[in-house]
Every structure is written in C-alpha cells, then in structure tokens.
Design a protein around this ligand. Sequence first.
Ligand code: ITT
Length: 217
Amino acid sequence: MIIWYLCVMKLVFATANLHKVKEASQILGPGFELSIPADYGHPEDIPETGNTLEANSLQKAKYVYDAIGMDCFADDSGLEVDALDGAPGVYTARYAYGDIRFKDNLDKLLYVLDGQTDRRARFHTVVTLIIDGKPIQFQGYCEGSIGLKRIGTGGFGYDPIFIPAEIPVFQADGSWSLVPNTDGLAMAQLPDGAKNYISHRGRSLRIMAEYLATLVK
Ligand code: ITT
C-alpha cells in the first residue's frame, strides 16, 4: 500500500550501505521518508547471488519485502569498463576480493588498466521498487572514464577514480546545466548535489520518483 502521511512517502531502502542512503535521501528529498532493514531488526547483509545487476537488485528488494512486508526499493550498482568487456560490472563490490595482491577494489582496477589508453567506463544502477508486492525496475547510467590515480575525498567507493564525461554547472536561476568535464574532475571532487545530478543513482531514483508520482495522482 502506498502510505502518505503529510505528503511523505515511506519506503524501506534495501541496503546496508549508508553512503547510498545519504545520497538517496538527498536525491528523493523531503517528500520521502527512508528507513533501512536494520531499523526493523534486519542488520544482516542481504544476499546477492545473481549474475546481473537486474537479478541482484530484484533479489535484494524481494528479500526485504518478504522480511518486513513494507513497500521498498533496492539499488544494485556496478562499474562497466569498456576495455574489460563490461567488468567488473555485477562484481564491482567484490572486484579485489580474495586477491592478496591488492589492498582494495580501486587498487586492482588501476593495476588492471595500467597502460590502457581506452579508459571509457560507466556507472550503472538498477533500482527495483516493490509496491504492494509488485516489482518494477528503473535504470540509471553515468558515462565517464577511469582516471590514472585517486583524486578527491567526496562520495564513496570508486568515486576517486571515476571521471564523469559531463559535470553540472550551477546557473544563476538555480538550475544546473551540463558541460564537458574538460578539467578531468573526479566524481569524488564534486559537491554532493552535483554528483547526485549526474549520477547513475540520481538518474534511476528520479525516474522512480516520477513513476511514484503517477500512482498517487
Ligand atoms: P548494498 O548491496 O547493501 O546496497 P553495496 O555497497 O554492496 O550495498 P552494490 O552491491 O550495489 O552495493 O555494489 C556496488 C559497488 O559499486 C560497491 O563496491 C560500491 O562501492 C560501488 N558503487 C556503487 N555506487 C557507487 C557510487 O555512486 N560511487 C562510487 N562507487 C559506487
């Protein structure tokens, strides 16, 4: 059931990643009240055993809907690198797992791309929304490339080595416009609002919000 209370929509975000929760709250704004499975006594890692972002996103959302019984959504995200035929993709969170040569995922990706001139890549998010038990998916992409080293301290995950192709510039009228990222700024150098405007998560969640708005008209 869609619950409106003082025009606020309550949704459980099926994640244990608090960076995602912070971004989703900023992206969706005050019309949404987000909670997480840990708020309902489910702090465990939600299983992700699929071979695609779509499958894992659906698995996470269904797990939480079955456990908690509230309208919810999940976000499964991956970094798709052209020179690696789309890897690490669905394995982005575990890219360096078990490989003792690398201290973390970014370290491994920089190593694997050493000397590679084609560094094109994109972040891809699949959001699965479950309302009244019915799932629907939304896609979001952010095109860019993999930098040569880590830059910046904002965002999370791969943001210090992801160079978005376009960045938003704040206009005097309060809107954003997109311009080519000629300075090669990393995602981790952008303010939160700028990242959310161009990010895979921002794009997919805004489409979800538009869809939800159609349900309550
Ligand atoms: P949940 O499954 O609990 O939501 P997670 O961190 O495991 O959290 P994913 O399975 O979607 O999330 O894995 C996504 C991986 O991609 C993970 O390594 C993240 O650090 C990275 N990632 C996702 N979104 C990102 C973003 O906006 N910026 C940088 N890295 C991101």
